[in-house]
Design a protein around this ligand. Structure first.
Ligand code: ADP
Ligand code: MG
Length: 582
C-alpha cells in the first residue's frame, strides 16, 4: 500500500461524510482488532503485534512500526469522520486504503478506555494521550520507538447490554485468531504476532511468500496439498485471480477455511464462495468444502467498498466477469492437476442399483400403498427417556433371511417382513453403548501405537483447547504441541476401524461448531457412532446379522438411528397379500 501519510488527519466535510455507509463497526473484541490492524497496515507497518487479555475484553493492544501520528493530530484522529485517507466524494470511488471512514478510533473510544502512544519516524520523541468516554484524560510527550501503539481497555464495560451478547473469552479469542490468520494470508510480507494472556498464540513469518503463511495457518500437510491458481492467458481482462486452493482430497466440513482477498482486502462474499465451490463440482462430496486463499485483483474504480460499515463486503462493477473468471481459473487449475473421472466420488455408499430400488419404495411409500410402517413411527414419537418396560418399542423376535445389496438385513417376524438398514441399526447400538461408557476412559479408549498429528488453525486450536477435558472423557486424548497442532495419543475405541485422521478432523470440527450448544456431547456421540458403525456395502455373515439384531433389540429405541432416521421398514403379511391381489 502506498504511503498516504504525507496527508494530515482532517475531518471530512458533511457532504462526504454523509455518503459513507453508516452503521455499527464495533460489535465484539475482534472488530476492534480488525480496525486497529487495518490502521497499522495502512500506516505501512512491517511488524504488527496484537496483545489480548480476557478474550479482548480486558485488553487489546496493537503495536506497529508504521508511519506514526503527528503530535497535533492525535485529538483529531478521535473525532468522527476524521481521516488522512480520503478528502472528497470522488476519492470514495477509488479507495486504495483499508480505512477511509474515519470512524474506527472514535467508535472504539466511545466504548472503552483508549491509550495512544505514537511517534512519526521523522520526530525525535513520541506522544501519548488517554481517552475515556471519548474525552482526553491525559496527554503528554514520551520516548518510544517509531510507530504506534493503541491500547483498548475494559471494552463495553459501560454497555452491559452489549457484554451480555458476547461469548466466553475462548470464543472471542477464536474470532481474533481467525482474523489475524486471514490478515497473515492477505499480507504474507508482514509479520503478525498474536499474544494471548501473555503467551505467544501465533506468529506469521512475514517473508512475502503466501505458502509460508498457509503453512503457519493450516499446517504443512494441508499447505502441501494446495495448488497455486494459474491465471491463464486472458490478458485483455482487468480482473486477475491468484492464490491457492486445496486438492479435492483435502476438504473441510465447513467454509471457515475459505478466504477471499479483493485488492488485498479480506471480504466475505457468498457469490465468490459459490463460484469457487461450483468449480469443484463434482470433485467434493456433499457437505464438504475446500481450503482456499484466493486473491482477486482489479482496478480500484471497479469495486465499491463503501457498501457495509465494517468494509467486509464489496460490490463489483462487473460482477459476472469476476465470478466467471474465478470459476474458470479454479477449474483450470484443478483439471490440470487431477484427472476428474478417477476422482468423482459417490458420496452415497449405496450401490447404484440399490439406490434405484429404494427410490421406487420411497415413491410408493409416499402414496401409502406399499409400506405403512405406522407401528415403527409411533414409538418414534415417544419422548427420549428410556422406558425399560415399554414393549410397544420392542422388536419382535426376528429371523434373519439374508442380506440385500450388502446394505439391508432382510428378516422375518410374526408380523411380516423387516428390512433393517445395517449401518443405522449399528449406529443405534454403538450410540447407546458410548453414552453408557462416557467418562469411563479405560473402557472406551484405544491407545495408538504411534501418535497421530492433527494440524488445526489458530482459531480451531483456541476453541478446542477448552474442550480437551470433555473429549478425553469420550476417549479422545489430545495434547497440544507447537502453535496449533495436537498429538492424538488415544482414540475412542469405536473408531479403530474408521478412516483416520479424516474422522478425527470431522470430530474436531464438530466439537468446535457445536460447543455453544448444551447437547454437543450427545451429537458428538452420534457422530462417533456413525464413524464406527458398519458401513453400507459391507457384506455380513448370517451370524453377524443375527448378533446385530439381538443388540438392536436390546437398545432403548430400536426403530430409530441416533439422528432420528428409521433403522428399518416393515412390510406386513396383509400388505403383501394386498399387493398380490389376494
Ligand atoms: P480511518 O482509518 O478510516 O481513516 P480511523 O478512525 O481508523 O479512520 O483512524 C483515523 C486516522 O488516524 C487515520 O486516518 C490515520 O491517519 C490515523 N491513524 C490511526 N491509526 C494509525 C496508526 N496505527 N498509524 C498511523 N496513523 C494512524
Ligand atoms: Mg481505520
Amino acid at each position: 500500500m502506498e504511503n498516504i501519510y504525507s496527508n494530515r488527519v482532517e475531518v471530512l466535510p458533511p457532504d462526504v461524510a454523509n455518503k459513507i455507509a453508516a452503521g455499527e463497526v464495533i460489535e465484539r473484541p475482534a472488530s476492534v482488532v480488525k480496525e486497529l490492524v487495518e490502521n497499522a497496515i495502512d500506516a505501512g507497518a512491517a511488524d504488527i503485534r496484537v496483545e489480548v487479555r480476557g478474550g479482548g475484553l480486558q485488553l487489546i493492544r496493537v503495536i506497529d512500526d508504521g508511519a506514526g501520528i503527528a503530535d497535533d493530530d492525535m485529538e483529531t484522529c478521535f473525532q468522527r469522520h476524521a481521516t488522512s485517507k480520503i478528502r472528497s466524494a470522488e476519492d470514495l470511488g477509488q479507495i486504495r486504503t483499508l480505512g477511509f471512514r474515519g470512524e474506527a478510533l472514535p467508535s472504539i473510544a466511545a466504548v472503552a478506555k483508549v491509550t495512544l502512544v505514537t511517534r512519526p519516524g521523522d520526530s525525535s520523541s513520541g506522544s501519548f494521550a488517554a481517552f475515556e468516554a471519548g474525552a482526553v484524560t491525559e496527554r503528554g510527550r514520551r520516548g518510544c520507538p517509531p510507530g504506534t501503539s493503541v491500547s483498548v481497555q475494559n471494552l463495553f464495560s459501560n454497555i452491559p447490554a452489549r457484554l451480555k451478547y458476547l461469548k466466553a473469552a475462548a470464543t472471542e479469542l477464536s474470532h481474533i485468531s481467525h482474523l489475524i490468520s486471514n490478515y497473515a494470508l492477505a499480507y504474507p510480507e508482514l509479520r503478525f504476532t498474536l499474544i494471548n494472556d501473555g503467551r505467544l498464540a501465533s506468529q506469521s513469518i512475514g517473508d512475502g511468500n503466501l505458502v509460508s503463511a498457509l503453512i503457519k495457518v493450516y499446517g504443512i500437510t494441508t499447505a502441501e496439498g494446495m495448488f497455486a491458481l494459474e491465471d491463464g492467458e486472458e490478458t485483455a481482462s482487468s480482473v486477475h485471480v491468484g492464490g491457492y486452493v486445496s486438492q479435492p482430497a483435502i476438504s473441510r466440513s465447513n467454509r471457515n477455511c475459505i478466504s477471499f482477498f479483493v485488492n488485498r482486502r479480506w471480504v466475505q462474499s457468498r457469490s465468490l464462495t459459490y463460484a469457487l465451490e461450483e468449480a469443484y463440482h463434482p470433485l467434493l462430496a456433499d457437505g464438504r468444502h475446500p481450503v482456499a486463499a484466493v486473491n482477486v485483483r482489479l482496478p480500484f474504480d471497479e469495486i465499491d467498498v463503501n457498501v457495509h460499515p465494517t468494509k467486509s463486503e464489496v460490490r463489483f462493477l462487473r460482477d459476472r466477469e469476476v465470478f466467471a473468471r474465478l470459476q474458470k481459473t479454479v477449474r483450470r487449475t484443478l483439471t490440470t492437476h487431477v484427472s476428474i473421472p478417477a476422482l468423482v466420488s459417490h458420496p452415497s455408499a449405496l450401490l447404484p442399483g440399490v439406490e434405484k430400488r429404494l427410490e421406487v419404495v420411497a415413491d410408493q411409500n409416499a402414496e401409502g400403498r406399499l409400506f405403512a410402517h405406522d407401528d415403527l413411527e409411533r414409538p418414534g414419537q415417544i419422548p427420549k427417556q428410556p422406558l425399560e418396560h415399554d414393549f410397544s418399542r420392542r422388536l419382535p423376535i426376528l429371523r434373519v433371511i439374508g442380506q440385500m445389496g450388502g446394505t439391508f438385513v432382510v428378516a422375518e417376524g410374526p408380523q411380516g417382513m423387516y428390512l433393517v438398514d445395517q449401518h443405522r441399526a449399528h449406529e443405534r447400538v454403538l450410540f447407546e453403548r458410548l453414552a453408557r461408557e462416557r467418562g469411563r476412559k479405560a473402557e472406551n479408549s484405544q491407545l495408538l501405537l504411534e501418535p497421530l498429528t492433527l494440524e488445526l488453525t489458530a482459531r480451531q486450536a483456541a476453541l478446542l483447547t477448552a474442550k480437551l477435558g470433555d473429549l478425553a472423557e469420550m476417549g479422545l486424548a489430545l495434547e497440544q504441541f507447537g502453535d496449533h497442532s495436537f498429538l492424538v495419543r488415544s482414540i475412542p475405541a469405536v473408531l479403530v476401524r474408521a478412516d483416520l485422521p479424516q474422522a478425527l478432523y470431522e470430530i474436531v470440527d464438530q466439537t468446535i461448531e457445536d460447543h455453544a450448544n448444551g447437547d454437543w456431547q450427545d451429537r458428538l456421540t452420534a457422530t462417533l457412532a456413525c464413524k464406527g458403525a458398519i458401513k453400507a456395502g459391507q457384506v455380513l455373515s448370517l451370524d453377524e446379522m443375527r448378533e446385530l439384531l439381538v443388540q438392536l433389540e436390546a437398545t432403548s429405541l430400536p426403530p430409530k438411528c441416533p439422528h432420528g432416521a428409521p433403522t428399518m421398514v416393515h412390510l406386513s403379511q396383509a400388505q403383501l397379500e394386498k399387493q398380490f391381489g389376494r
